[in-house]
Design a binder for this molecule. Structure first.
Ligand code: ZN
Ligand code: ZN
Length: 170
């Protein structure tokens, strides 16, 4: 495996270093991990490596398209080695679990923008946000807990409603 990664790096014009090899390996082993999680995994293999060195190696590998970087809104970037397709991601709003979602097999309809503004489009990054099955199960048991303990008729009032109506008058 080490051999094939070295070949891959050279093919992409990346100088082979122990740190870059280790990053490539841990990204393959931990898809969608953050830089800090990858740093921990590299340290377990190589011993000391600075946070900056991890970030530097990742940015070289991302630039050379050996690793894909996903930047979900409001959370740390994740990295993966699945770079050869246009797959998308599902992220849980609560536990931040991330899953791959395939694009339609063969065709990539999401690359056909309604209006491409003359661009040659080569990537569509789609993130589906929602709640994973584990969190949904946890939430529904919590909801039934609340339903059992809350008092009937305890409705939420809307103190701003009348004010808003007044303001909307020209
Ligand atoms: Zn979740
Ligand atoms: Zn992915």
């Amino acid at each position: 495996m080490s051999e094939s990664i070295q070949v891959l790096l050279r093919e992409h014009g990346v100088q082979v270093t122990a740190q870059r090899l280790a990053i490539m390996r841990v990204v393959a082993e931990h898809p969608h991990a953050t830089a800090d999680q990858l740093g921990d995994a590299v340290r377990a293999r190589l011993g000391a490596i600075s946070r900056q060195a991890v970030y530097d190696s990742l940015s070289v590998l991302v630039d050379k398209r050996l690793i894909r970087r996903i930047q979900p809104a409001g959370s740390a970037a994740r990295y993966e080695n699945r770079v050869d397709d246009n797959h998308h991601h599902l992220i849980c709003r609560e536990c931040r679990a991330m899953f791959d979602v395939d694009c339609a097999t063969g065709a990539v309809p999401c690359l056909t923008a309604d209006d491409d503004h003359g661009f040659e489009i080569d990537e569509a990054e789609v993130i589906y946000w929602g709640r994973c099955p584990t969190c949904r199960t946890a939430a529904s048991s919590a909801t039934s807990e609340t339903a059992r303990t809350s008092q009937p008729g305890n409705k939420i009032s809307h103190p701003n409603k009348s004010e808003r109506t007044t303001r909307s008058n020209p």
